[in-house]
Design a binder for this molecule. Structure first.
Ligand code: SF4
Length: 217
C-alpha cells in the first residue's frame, strides 16, 4: 500500500502527508482490552475515521476514491460529514471524482499500465481490498482462506494476536463470530472446508475500511 502511494506521489509530483497516532490495530486492541471484529470495527473508527475528522481544517476539500461499483458509500459519507461538520463547526466539501467521471476499473487498470505504476500487491493476489495486509478483522472467511494461501505469514501473525489475547484475558474471544483463526486454519489444512470457500472472494461481501465505518466521532 505504501509503495503504491509513494509511486503515485512521485508520478503526480505531489507530497503525501501521512497522519497516524502511531499505533497498529494490534496495539489498539491491547489498549482497548478488546479484539475488533466485523460487529465492532473500532480500529477503523479510531485509527482512520476519527483521525480524518479531527485532521481536516475548516473549509477543506476531501476527495474520496469511491469506485462506481460502490456508489452507496458516497451517500453515507455525505450524511456523516454533514453531521461532523455541524458538530465540529468545520465546513468541508466532499468530492468523488471516480463517480463524477464514471471511471471504470478497466480505465484505472489502463491508467496504471500507461503510467507504469504497479498495482498494489493485494489486488494482484486476488484480494478485493487493499487494507491491513489482507488480514482485516472485518473480512469474511473466504478472504482469510485466501490470506492463508497467499500470505501465510500475515495469517499466522493475526492468529498469534488472537491467541495471545485469549490467553492474556482468559476469554473465548475471536475475530470471527464462531471460531478462532487457529481452528479455521486447521479446517483449511485438513481439507474439510466446503467448496464454498474455493470460489474467489468476489461473491463475499467484505466490509469497507476507508475510515467511514462507525464514523461518528
Ligand atoms: S482494514 Fe480492517 S483491521 Fe485494518 S483498520 Fe480497517 S477494519 Fe481494522
Amino acid at each position: 500500500l505504501y509503495r503504491f502511494l509513494n509511486d503515485l506521489s512521485s508520478y503526480f509530483n505531489h507530497p503525501i502527508i501521512f497522519d497516524s497516532d502511531g499505533r497498529s490495530p494490534e496495539q489498539l486492541f491491547w489498549d482497548q482490552h478488546a479484539l475488533a471484529n466485523n460487529r465492532i470495527p473500532f480500529c477503523s473508527r479510531i485509527l482512520k475515521a476519527q483521525r480524518l475528522q479531527n485532521y481536516y481544517q475548516d473549509g477543506d476539500l476531501i476527495i474520496f476514491g469511491i469506485g462506481i461499483d460502490e456508489r452507496h458509500r458516497a451517500g453515507r459519507l455525505k450524511n456523516v460529514y454533514t453531521g461532523v461538520s455541524e458538530r465540529k463547526k468545520k465546513k468541508v466539501e466532499l468530492k468523488f471524482p471516480l463517480l463524477k467521471e464514471n471511471i471504470s476499473s478497466n480505465q484505472i487498470d489502463k491508467f496504471l499500465l500507461d503510467t507504469g505504476i504497479e498495482e498494489p500487491l493485494l489486488y494482484k493476489l486476488g484480494f478485493t481490498h487493499n487494507n491491513c495486509s489482507g488480514g482485516c478483522v472485518r473480512a469474511g472467511k473466504k478472504q482469510w482462506k485466501l490470506l492463508y494461501e497467499k500470505l501465510p505469514k500475515v495469517y499466522l501473525d493475526r492468529e498469534r494476536v488472537e491467541e495471545e489475547f485469549r490467553i492474556s484475558f482468559n476469554k473465548d474471544v475471536h475475530f470471527f463470530k464462531d471460531e478462532t483463526l487457529k481452528s479455521f486454519r486447521y479446517r483449511i489444512k485438513s481439507g474439510s472446508l466446503s467448496k464454498y470457500y474455493n470460489t474467489n472472494t468476489e461473491s463475499e461481501e467484505i466490509k469497507e475500511c476507508i475510515g467511514i465505518c462507525n464514523l461518528e466521532n
